[in-house]
Ligand binder design. Structure first.
Ligand code: PMP
Length: 417
């Protein structure tokens, strides 16, 4: 009974949640179709108000002052860490590092591992589905240290080859860095299988959760990954916030990435002893308001609940795919076994950029190009795609408007030929 009531409440919430996002209430944005959520999401009132309230009523620095304003700011900031810890089911708040975003989190990790753990002759496995930010940092340290970077490819559907992955793991393999969800074709990777495979051989695993964390529940303990990263702005939180989860056993072993104040036990004229906790990775004054905003975004997602979010986003995804498939000449990139609400496609004879500009003129926001996935595009023999990606505030009206304007674009551009 209770669960039915919750289901009804959640359904009502998700249908009404668009009004929680002020951008959709601006008169000029009445027919705004925002389908660029893989790039960044819109912000609910709750997040904006949390940030404004902090600056208007409670602002001060953290971890330093002993006056009430500062103590209160510190308490809120550390509460945000616990909230995020619980959200991804980490064992301890000492496993949650605050960063500027996914990109910084991966760079931080690459630097720390290159400093402490990796050496010449080691191998790192990544997949062809990775965003540039989960390729370039590994290329840099591979070149610097003489490490071999091994790519796992997908079939034409966009699914990675698990057998190949298992063959590629050898005694030199030190790390597998893999995206949870492809940011351009929507593949949901079988990360549970990948992690199990890696753990049998004592290999560390980093999961790039930038595209999953806002769309499905994450349990880093159940996954048993060593590292998990995400960006706050892709889960209705502010830009300039990100998280690096580090399994506790690794926290102590890694040296800091940057150095300065707020991360130390003692500094003398002879040297420095760093803090034992994650504080050693967070020198300097952080983005305090940003993490309060991210915590508010997580509260917002929690009140709606992933059951409702996943059901709604799955229904929308199926509908979009069905409508696109009845749009005769459209070619959808990939057909993964397990997919998210990120869909890439092309209309033969029409450049994705032309389509993107024209759709933009009709208030339809989609992304066009290679989506920071150039190696994947090359592998799939694509120059680029039109990508739409959904979030909890999208609805069926968005799909109708999108399909209507897409037909207009197609008609207009084919008549010009
Ligand atoms: N990884 C994936 C899978 C992404 O989709 C993105 C952003 N598109 C990133 C990493 C980088 O995130 P950010 O720009 O927030 O650092």
């Amino acid at each position: 009974m209770l669960s039915t009531q919750n289901e009804i409440r959640n359904k009502v919430n998700i249908e009404n949640c668009r009004k929680d996002f002020p951008i959709f209430n601006v008169p000029d944005n009445e027919n705004l179709v925002y389908f660029d959520n893989a790039s960044t999401t819109q912000k609910p009132h709750k997040v904006i108000e949390t940030i404004t309230d902090f600056y208007c009523q409670n602002y001060s620095n953290i971890h330093r002052g002993l006056y009430p304003l500062s103590l209160n700011a510190t308490e809120q900031y550390e509460h945000a860490r616990i909230n995020i810890q619980q959200f991804i089911h980490a064992k301890s708040n000492n496993e949650i590092l605050f960063t500027k975003g996914t990109t910084e989190a991966i760079n931080l990790l690459a630097f720390c591992l290159s400093d402490n753990h990796l050496k010449k002759g080691d191998e790192i496995i990544i997949t062809i589905l990775e965003h540039h930010s989960n390729i370039v940092p590994w290329q840099v340290i591979a070149n610097k240290l003489g490490i071999k970077l091994v790519f796992i490819y997908t079939n034409s559907d966009g699914d990675i080859d698990l057998e190949k992955l298992s063959e590629y793991i050898n005694n030199s393999t030190k790390l597998i860095a893999i995206t949870h969800i492809s940011n351009s074709i929507g593949t949901i990777n079988p990360i549970e299988d990948v992690i199990q495979m890696a753990k049998r051989k004592n290999v560390l695993v980093l999961v790039d959760g930038a595209q999953s964390v806002g769309h499905m529940p994450i349990d880093v303990q159940k996954l048993n990954c060593d590292f998990f990263v995400f960006s706050g702005h892709k889960i209705y939180g502010p830009t300039g916030t990100g998280v690096l989860y580090i399994k506790e056993e690794h926290v102590e072993k890694l040296n800091p990435y940057q150095t300065g104040g707020n991360q130390i036990k003692t500094v003398t004229t002879h040297g420095t002893v760093y803090a034992d906790s994650t504080a050693k990775f967070e020198p300097g004054t952080p983005n305090i308001s940003g993490f309060l905003g991210l915590s508010a975004a997580i509260d917002y997602v929690n009140t709606i609940g992933f059951d409702a979010i996943m059901e709604h986003e799955n229904d929308l995804t199926k509908t979009i795919l069905k409508r696109l498939n009845t749009f005769p000449p459209i070619l959808i990139a990939g057909n993964p076994k397990n997919r998210s609400g990120i869909i890439s496609f092309n209309i033969p004879g029409i450049h994705p950029m032309d389509a993107g500009i024209l759709l933009g003129q009709k208030n339809i926001c989609v992304r066009t190009g290679v989506h920071c996935n150039e190696p994947l595009m090359t592998h799939l023999k694509l120059d680029g795609t039109i990508r739409l990606s959904i979030a909890l505030y999208n609805n069926y009206n968005d799909i109708d408007l999108f399909i209507e304007k897409l037909a207009w674009v197609q008609d207009l551009l084919s008549r010009q030929k």
